[in-house]
Design a protein around this ligand. Structure first.
Ligand code: AMP
Length: 362
């Protein structure tokens, strides 16, 4: 029978994935009186530090998954590459929120673009590329530059190459795996924005203000709110995000990344990708919103009413990558709120924490 009453404090929430997003979800759940059980193959997962219940096992270990399912009341996840078989196995035993359909769509760039296009949501022109001949045809259709991407398992710029010359094509095709690939037209965007949106079990939808995102070395560097875009475009981005969660019958928080493209009259939006989870570009909500994205996700999957996403101050979120975390605490001047993830090893390119710098409306 579908759940109609909100799950009570003391509910055990199972979280797949033990990175910083799982850690922050666990902290938010704890603040609402919930317990969390983190499942992750990596024994050094930062999320393990903030909860008493853990499973260290592979995502295809059915015995471990069965024991995990038996120990929790509801299952969620902090990353979109949860294997389909794992999602199905768990969904057969306990409510999985968001559902397996959101994972299937967001794991595959072609499925994602087809889904968005079927809902009349604009995406960059693109062609599937399974062979070199497909790539030649796609380049002939789209022109250069263009961006060649894996359809699966890409993140932080991994799994993609910008093609500038015809000569780049064969080498890029050979280098990118797994196949198939997708060739996207190069979007001459003026900026990138994202919207974090939530939908709960009752179908209530609320979104946070759009953030303007700047990447450095393909990794998110800053999210600034408000974004420097017209109010009508902010509203439009929120409407697209809402349409996506409704179309997916989604439960939880979802991130939608957009390109803002200059137009004749006014800028327009293309959706770059969606992420069925709390999102790095929503970390600013921790510092300046009545309800932050982590609490919102937990509320949504428990069947609770959504919280108020109202924003109380302007803010810039900056990721701390690798050694940048060593600048803390000295860099905490002004209205700076740090959040460090407790990672012991500061490899280059690794997200170690973030700082929210507030501009309070005094
Ligand atoms: P993605 O992994 O698809 O989120 O891409 C990572 C980043 O690469 C984006 O945030 C953009 O900055 C850039 N990018 C991706 N696709 C395109 C495109 N079709 N045109 C221009 N830039 C792109």
């Amino acid at each position: 029978m579908p759940q109609t009453t909100p799950l009570p404090p003391g509910t055990m929430i199972g979280i797949l994935g033990g990175g910083q997003l799982g850690r922050m979800l666990s902290l938010a759940a704890s603040r609402l009186g919930m317990r969390t059980h983190i499942y992750c193959p990596d024994p050094h997962s930062p999320a393990f530090e903030v909860t008493a219940h853990r499973t260290v096992a592979a995502y295809d270990d059915e015995a471990a998954l069965a024991a995990f399912a038996a120990a929790v009341d509801v299952v969620t996840y902090e990353f979109e590459n949860v294997p389909a078989a794992t999602a199905e196995f768990l969904a057969a035993r306990k409510p999985l929120r968001p559902g397996a359909n959101a994972l299937a769509i967001s794991q595959d760039r072609l499925a994602e673009k087809a889904f968005l296009a079927s809902k009349n949501i604009p995406v960059a022109p693109h062609y599937p590329v399974a062979t070199l001949a497909d790539l030649d045809a796609a380049i002939a259709a789209l022109g250069l530059p263009a961006v060649l991407k894996t359809t699966r398992l890409g993140y932080d710029g991994k799994g993609q190459r910008v093609l500038h010359h015809l000569d780049d094509a064969a080498q890029a095709f050979a280098a990118l795996d797994p196949k198939p690939l997708v060739l996207e037209a190069f979007v001459p965007f003026e900026r990138e924005i994202s919207v974090v949106v939530a939908r709960n079990l009752a179908g209530e939808v609320k979104s946070f203000d759009p953030a303007e995102n700047v990447h450095r070395d393909h990794i998110l560097f800053t999210s600034t709110v408000p974004a420097a875009i017209p109010a009508a475009l902010e509203k439009h981005a929120g409407m697209i995000a809402k349409a996506i969660v409704i179309a997916l019958d989604y439960v939880g928080v979802l991130g939608v990344e957009f390109f803002v493209v200059p137009g004749d009259q006014r800028p327009t939006l293309l959706v770059n990708e969606i992420a069925p989870r709390v999102h790095n570009s929503g970390h600013w909500t921790e510092a300046v919103c009545l309800t932050n994205q982590f609490e919102q996700h937990i509320r949504a999957i428990l069947g609770w009413p959504l919280g108020d996403p109202a924003r109380l101050a302007d803010v810039v979120m900056q990721n701390l990558i690798g050694d940048e975390v060593l600048a803390i605490p000295a860099a905490l001047t002004g209205h700076a709120q740090p959040h460090l993830y407790g990672k012991t090893e500061g490899r280059a390119g690794r997200k170690m924490g973030h700082v929210n710098r507030l501009q309070p409306k005094l």
